[in-house]
Structures are given as C-alpha cells and as structure tokens.
Design a protein around this ligand. Structure first.
Ligand code: ZN
Length: 320
C-alpha cells in the first residue's frame, strides 16, 4: 500500500509526543461485505482490514476519550490516533469489531440510541427504497416539494438528491417521508441495519468505548434548545442504561461546526457531563483545541488521494 516509513517520518516531525502532539481521529460509519454504489465512501471488510493494519503500524491508537484527556495534559505519545465509528450500524459489530480485535486496536463507537431502538435510520430507508425499486422509483405526488433529477438519472444520484433535501427537514417529517418511500417501493416491514442494544453492550463488554451521538440523529442547530438538550442528555442516559457506564465522549450528528451545531451545543454537551466531543470538520486536534470541538479525518486514500501527501497536508495545516 503506502510507504509507511515515510508516513512515520512525517508523523515524527509534525506529531511528536508532548506539547506539540497532534491527534488524528479517523471517522468511519460502516464496514461492508462488498462494495455498494449507494454507500461509496464506506470500506469493505478487506479494505477496512488494510486501513487498520496501516493505522496500527503508523500510529499509536488510543480510545477517543483517553486520547483527548492525554492531549489536554500534553501526555500524548507521538503519532497518536483514534478510530471512531458513528451511528451504530450492525456491521460495526459483525465486521469491524472482529478486525479491530484481531489487530488489538481500540476504537470508539458513537451510538444514536433511537436508531438502534428503531433498527434503521431514515437515510438508509431512502437508500433501500430507491435501490430496491424495480424500474423508476415511486415517489408520491405529495412530495412535489422535492426537487428530483429527471427519471433517466442514475439511482445513486436520485438518492443523493433526496438525502441532501431531506437532511435538514424536521425530524418527524424526514422519518415519515423515508418510511413512505420505503413502503411504496419495498414493503411495510422495516429492515434492521443497526445494532441491537445487546450488541452495543457486547462491544462495551469487549472493551470498546461507547459514546453518545444523540437519540434521533437530528441536526442540533435545527432544534429548540430544550429539544437539543433532551437529545444530548437522552443519549447519555441511553448509553448508561445499555452498557452500565456513563459515556464520556460525544459526537455531533452530521457534525459541521456552525452548520449543524454551534457553541450552545458545546456547552450542553459539557453540562451533560461528557468530557469530550468530536465533530466532522476536517483536521487534527492539538493541545489548544477545545475538547468539545475535536475535528476528524477520513480515510482519504480511499478517495484516490495519495496517502503520504494527504497526511503531510493535514499535519502542516494544523500548524497554520
Ligand atoms: Zn451520524
């Protein structure tokens, strides 16, 4: 794969131990059995094994909560990193966890409790509805507010357009629309794509860190302050009731600073007793980074970008 020696040299230069340490938090959602055109960014289990092998070789991998605590006290080892998963997909339990365990690598799973209890997230209902439709997908006339590409468009583009437009609609709306799309194109029994509570507890029992990711995966900025607080406190209590331990780490749904959440939500997360929170801004954390605004990076080498160049660019940017 990549030149790991060069990656280590870059890491040693820009991410030494102590006060100049940088923390690279890799953000994943799913691990797939085989490639899926509707989930193009997600690795297969073969690709994820390669990622873990590379990350484990080049970095010192720590659980997210511990890594941020050590970052704050200038006590990170050189080339520190974390592996995180958002949402709570069943394949985290069936495919990702065994790969991580085999390599002896820790990871943190941020769980949207309501999605686990429901069994599926709204966006996956949309994907499954369009992907499984025989010919052109059936989209009810009631939804004429949706701007869709014409019917000759690739299904993956229709999915992308639907997800883009539904993401910022009120939670109950987007859930109802997704259910109806699924019912009209597939059937009435919703699939289970998320872990069960037992699986989440099993990951915890096997030593993986479980963090909060709200209950219903809303865009926090679209909610009233009371609703946002309930989502944050609710997932803290959910994780505690499922695993028996209070979570210390949180991840903001969708996660873009200023777009999906703002300073009010940082404060709510702190008030709820979490010690740290991850967003989805691209970058590396350093000592001065707020523990409630920890940026992350994705496995950019899967998007055709050079591994060492991407690593160098991320480290250099953290010094600008
Ligand atoms: Zn999420």
């Amino acid at each position: 794969m990549a030149d790991r020696r060069l990656a280590k040299v870059i890491g040693n230069l820009f991410s030494p131990s102590g006060s100049r340490a940088r923390l690279a938090v890799f953000c994943y959602h799913q691990v797939l059995i085989s490639p899926d055109e509707f989930r193009a960014g997600e690795p297969t289990s073969v690709e994820f094994s390669q990622d873990v092998e590379f990350i484990d070789d080049v970095f010192t991998v720590l659980p997210f909560g511990e890594a941020v605590t050590r970052l704050r006290s200038n006590n990170l080892p050189k080339r520190a990193a974390c592996i995180s998963f958002d949402d709570g997909y069943q394949n985290n339990h069936s495919l990702a966890a065994p790969i991580l365990e085999k390599a002896g690598v820790p990871a943190t799973f941020f769980i949207a409790g309501g999605a686990v209890d429901e069994g599926v997230m709204w966006n996956d209902l949309v994907i499954e509805a369009i992907a499984s439709s025989g010919g052109a997908p059936k989209i009810d006339d009631d939804y004429d507010f949706l701007q869709l590409p014409n019917s000759a468009t690739e299904k993956s583009e229709i999915v992308a357009a639907l997800l883009r437009q539904l993401k910022y609609r009120p939670m109950t709306d987007r859930w109802e629309i997704a259910c109806r799309l699924y019912r009209d194109n597939v059937g009435s029994d919703l699939p289970r794509l998320m872990m069960t509570r037992e699986m989440v507890n099993d990951l915890s029992a096997r030593g993986f860190e479980i963090g909060g990711h709200t209950i219903n995966h809303p865009i926090l900025k679209e909610l009233s302050e009371e609703e946002a607080r309930n989502e944050i406190i609710g997932c803290r209590d959910w994780v505690q009731s499922v695993t028996g331990s209070m979570p210390t780490s949180f991840a903001y749904p969708n996660g873009r600073t200023g777009v999906d959440f703002d300073d009010r939500h940082l404060q709510m997360v702190a008030d709820a007793g979490f010690g740290t929170a991850a967003n989805t801004d691209w970058g590396l954390a350093k000592g001065q980074t707020s523990p409630y605004s920890i940026p992350r990076i994705g496995p950019w080498w899967r998007q055709g970008r050079n591994l060492e160049t991407g690593l160098l660019r991320s480290y250099v940017r953290s010094y600008l």
